[in-house]
Design a protein around this ligand. Structure first.
Ligand code: DQA
Length: 146
């Protein structure tokens, strides 16, 4: 069965504890596992890493099997040409998501090196952005496989 891949970058394993005024008090991991349970009819794989190379390796691994990628590269959004290049080799729809509204935050967060590879871009909806992204990726991958 093809898979929808949710990929989270550094410090997102701490959402619920870290900077709760920015990212909220809900545990992201629990939220995503619940989302996965509710969408039992599709195969959803959740991956989180604090290491740039591991994210790149994961993107290389899934490139022929993924139906759609939902990625929050976190701090690497603003710095990683390596992750950008690994997004460039994907053939499935990609959604970039950010929990906070990065365009309203510090200047260094305004640049996303990933954005031009994203079919859709979601920011500022809190962790519910992942639910929105999942609905969107289902639509996009259905259109693509027609
Ligand atoms: C983030 C925004 C990034 O600037 C930050 O480094 C993160 C999380 C977000 O989801 O709002 O770690 O990607």
């Amino acid at each position: 069965m093809s898979t929808i891949n949710i990929i989270n970058g550094p410090n997102l394993n701490e959402v619920g504890i870290r900077e709760t005024s920015v990212y909220g008090k809900a545990n992201l991991n629990q939220y995503l596992n619940k989302l996965k349970e509710e969408n039992f009819e599709i195969n959803i794989e959740i991956f989180q890493s604090n290491h740039e190379g591991e994210i790149i390796q994961h993107l290389q691994k899934i490139k022929d099997s993924s139906l759609g990628i939902i990625i929050n590269p976190a701090a690497y959004t603003h710095t990683s040409i390596g992750i950008r290049d690994a997004l460039a080799i994907q053939s499935c729809p990609i959604i970039e998501i950010h929990i906070s509204k990065i365009s309203d935050r510090e200047d260094f967060r305004h640049t996303s090196l990933m954005k031009d590879y994203a079919w859709s871009y979601i920011e500022g909806y809190g962790i519910d952005g992942y639910r929105i992204a999942l609905e969107r990726i289902k639509e996009l991958s259905a259109i693509k496989s027609r």
